[in-house]
Write a protein that binds this ligand. Structure first.
Ligand SMILES: [Zn+2]
Length: 157
């Protein structure tokens, strides 16, 4: 059978004997200090930092030096939903999650979008953004032009 293999490929070749890349994902945040603001949410991306080692050698102090590895490419994300919008006078409007947005007035929606837009448009009025990425108790607060927009983990009822 080995005569059917392409030149240079032996039965021990990794393509024929794929390495065991199974592992428990080791999640690590891409950026905990600035989530992605889109789709009516503050979204945190995490990637797996695990690498399957194919080859390693001893360094001159006896340490293990990885010379060939396959990085895991899995990512996952979690999101904070809208919580409230507060205007410059301190009036607070509680906001539903984006999938339940039908009762929100066009005026409120416009203000929310203005605050959100300030996070990706660069101009003289950059927003202040406060981030606590904790998945249970965290929050993302954006302050722009006197308005405060808060996102928080969605509470299970
Ligand atoms: Zn992984």
């Amino acid at each position: 059978m080995s005569s059917n293999l392409p030149p240079g490929v032996t039965v021990g070749h990794p393509h024929l004997n794929p390495p065991d890349t199974s592992h428990e994902h080791e999640w690590e945040a891409d950026s905990t200090d600035y989530p992605i603001i889109e789709d009516g949410a503050a979204i945190f991306i995490e990637h797996c930092r695990h690498e399957t080692v194919l080859n390693s050698e001893r360094g001159y102090r006896g340490e293990r030096v990885v010379t060939d590895s396959i990085p895991c490419e899995e990512t996952r994300s979690y999101r904070f939903e809208y919580d409230y919008l507060e205007d410059p006078e301190g009036n607070r409007i509680n906001l539903p999650p984006i999938h339940d947005w039908s009762d929100v007035s066009a005026e409120t929606e416009d203000k929310v979008l203005t605050v959100e837009r300030s996070t990706w448009e660069s101009n003289d009025e950059n927003p202040d953004v406060y981030v606590d990425p904790d998945q249970d108790t965290g929050e993302v607060v954006i302050e722009h032009n006197g308005f405060t927009l808060r996102y928080a983990p969605q509470q299970e009822d």
